[in-house]
Ligand binder design. Structure first.
Ligand SMILES: Nc1ncnc2c1ncn2[C@@H]1O[C@H](COP(=O)(O)OP(=O)(O)OP(=O)(O)O)[C@@H](O)[C@H]1O
Length: 657
């Protein structure tokens, strides 16, 4: 591994290694350039983006819950209007109190305005409570709406999407963006409420003296700028650290999870992984410290300018008062108004910051959702597309190729073959020869980059994918250990029909899994996940029996079994292949295995080499022709040949093309 250090190297040489090597995950990614350009947008760009962001938040909120969105909107507007009324009522009270005459008369004259002030204050409190209640209810609904949308896409995109490096990054940022949505919605609502408050104060201040409005702006703009700038910096740092975080997450899993724990210990990987962690974290810590410095400087400068500007406002107010430009009551109202405006503007600037930063993440989400469309399977042609119930009788593969992204050579190269219902065929060949790739295309999990696959003479793209997949069962080499019960682990092989216990047990019996499952502490109801209390884990071979049962559960027209017996003991393997042979004569079975003794009974054996189909025939035909299959078979059979002794070395078969 050229980019990583040896765990045992001395600290000095490790430091040298750190300088010399940069983890590939830390290099600048192409997508960061675009994100950085966006994050470097100036204040004008921020303000021009705000209306769109607030609007998108309102749309999401409206879709999630119309009633609560309406309550928030109406209480926001209502609170603003009442703030203006409150200020005017306060001014009225002061005018009456500062007027000449006996105190009792002044209080009496101020009474109606005082009652109005109390009513407005009570109403504002009520509106704030209603808004808080509605907003709290909105949060889980918005979360659900957005997160479900994300999962709908991530579970529907074609398998190819997961091969693209940029897709994983995109998805990580999108999921952060989904989490940001409630933040964006809340911040947008609060921003609108704050703006309503500021507007109300501004109207009241203009009524008193227009010059004070200017002073008000001077007192608050610097803080606003500082808070926007800080948000900007944080987002830039986040965007640039996406790949680094992925690396950290990976290291976290490798060092703290059960799956990697045995190999970590047996290969002594502790020091190596901790060294990797230190490297990533030293970069991350440096970036975070630099960010903290810049954010503190920016907000401090903003606060200092804001303080000076506030002092200027009060001096201006004093001068106007001395000059007789405004009466004492108006000056007192102005002090209240300035304080109220500063409170509201502090909310506004803080919320602008939040809307902007959360909005950028939300844009990652919406951007991902629109980009992911390219990875979605082509849409069905509508209701007319509903397939009549017909069995898959014939599979034809015509000059099919598949080239993985970033690979120079094709994994499958112009392969043609045909399989009829009732046939069991085998794909054999050395590691990496393209067997699994060909199988995933036949299973419609991957789309060929060349050629056509037909079922019953119709190209797969003319079929409704779900209909086709419902008739194909696949037992993959890299099966997944679902963290469910043993019964559910088998039932998910045909989840749409919610199979009963009898079907599940019959499938388990065919895969020699029944006795093994009944021996578990809770039989079929045993949870197969050790990370939960009472959960159990299985051996590799036991898991393989469960996955084979999953494949047998569905009465599939086409069953693809990719290395179904690599971990099975000889007795279980023999029983499993008996179960597979039972399908011969009525359905299509495709078998991929390196244990060539198991493919002797196949109706036809296809031999792949470097992605190309190099031989095809029955076992006997291929053995007679003495090609690559005969070579591999003889080599394997020699391992079981007890007539050879260690004194007589086994002859090596010459390789044939
Ligand atoms: N997701 C992928 N992205 C890029 N290359 C891949 C991917 N999956 C497989 N390959 C490459 O495609 C080629 C064929 O792989 P495939 O898994 O089809 O071989 P196989 O014959 O099934 O091998 P094995 O006997 O080891 O299971 C290999 O060179 C492999 O490295």
């Amino acid at each position: 591994m050229p980019t990583t250090g040896h765990p045992d190297r001395t600290p000095a040489s490790a430091d040298a290694g750190r300088r010399d090597s940069v983890l590939p995950e830390l290099r600048e990614m192409w997508w960061e350039t675009g994100v950085r350009a966006r994050a470097q947008a100036g204040l004008f760009a921020v303000f021009s983006e705000l209306p769109r962001l607030v609007w998108s938040a309102l749309v999401v909120s409206w879709r999630a819950d119309r009633l609560r969105t309406s309550i928030v909107a109406s209480t926001t507007v209502g609170a603003g209007v009442m703030a203006a009324f409150g200020l005017l009522a306060a001014q009225r009270v002061l005018v009456e109190l500062f007027a000449g005459g006996p105190t009792a008369d002044k209080v009496l004259a101020a009474l109606p305005a005082l009652v109005a002030l109390a009513a407005v204050t009570a109403l504002r409190a009520g509106a704030a409570a209603a808004m808080g209640y509605a907003q709290n209810g909105l949060t889980p609904k918005v979360d659900r709406e957005v997160e479900r949308g994300l999962f709908e896409v991530t579970t529907a995109v074609r398998l190819e999407a997961f091969d693209a490096d940029a897709f994983a990054d995109d998805m990580e940022r999108a999921s952060r963006g989904a989490d940001s949505t409630t933040g964006l919605v809340q911040a947008s609502m609060n921003l609108l409420a704050g703006l309503a408050g500021v507007l109300a104060v501004a109207v009241a201040v203009v009524v008193v003296h227009p010059l004070l409005l200017l002073a008000l702006l001077v007192a608050t703009v610097p803080n606003g700028w500082a808070s926007l700038r800080a948000g900007h910096l944080r987002y830039r740092t986040y965007a640039a650290g996406s790949v680094r975080r992925r690396r950290l997450w990976l290291l976290h899993r490798l060092m703290a999870e059960r799956d990697s724990a045995p190999e970590l210990r047996s290969y002594g990987l502790r020091g190596f992984l901790l060294d990797q962690y230190d490297r990533v974290m030293s970069v991350e810590t440096g970036i975070q410290l630099a960010l903290a410095r810049r954010v503190t400087t920016t907000t401090t400068v903003g606060a200092m300018i804001g303080g000076i500007a506030t002092a200027v406002v009060y001096v201006l107010l004093g001068l106007l008062l001395i000059d007789g430009q405004i009466p004492l009551a108006a000056a007192a109202t102005c002090v209240i108004a300035v304080q109220s405006a500063q409170r509201s503007l502090a909310v506004v600037t803080f919320q602008i910051d939040r809307v902007y930063t959360e909005g950028q993440h939300f844009r990652d989400y919406t951007g991902f959702m629109s980009r992911a469309v390219d990875y979605l399977p082509s849409p069905s042609a509508g209701p007319g597309r509903t397939e009549p119930r017909q069995r898959l009788q014939q599979l034809t593969v015509e000059a099919v190729s598949l080239r993985y992204p970033d690979r120079d050579t094709a994994a499958v190269d112009e392969v043609s073959l045909s399989i009829e219902a009732g046939q069991t065929v085998a794909f054999v060949g050395e590691n990496g020869s393209g067997k699994s790739t060909l199988a995933t295309m036949i299973a419609t999990l991957r789309t060929p980059t060349g050629g056509t696959i037909r079922y019953n003479g119709r190209p797969t793209e003319d079929w409704d994918t779900d209909t086709l997949r419902a008739r194909i069962a696949v037992v993959t080499q890299e099966y997944h250990k679902w963290p469910f019960t043993a019964a559910t682990n088998i039932a998910i092989g045909d989840i749409t029909t919610t199979p009963g216990q009898d079907r599940i047990e019959a499938a388990a019996a065919r895969a020699v899994a029944h006795d093994m499952i009944t021996d578990l502490p809770h039989g079929y109801e045993t949870l197969l996940d050790r990370t939960f209390a009472g959960g159990q884990d299985l051996s590799g071979g036991q898991w393989q029996r469960i996955t084979a049962a999953r494949g047998f559960l569905r009465d599939a027209d086409v069953l693809i079994m990719d290395e179904p017996s690599s971990a099975l003991d000889p007795r279980a393997e023999d029983a499993l292949f008996q179960g597979i042979r039972d399908r011969q004569g009525h359905a299509i079975t495709i078998l991929i295995t390196h244990r060539l003794a198991n493919v002797r009974h196949a109706d036809r054996i296809y031999v792949l080499h470097h992605g190309r189909l190099v031989e095809a025939g029955t076992h006997d035909e291929l053995m007679t022709s003495g090609g690559r299959y005969a070579d591999l078979f003889t080599l394997q059979a020699a391992g079981y040949d007890t007539t050879h002794t260690s004194a007589a070395p086994m002859p090596r078969q010459p390789a044939s093309a």
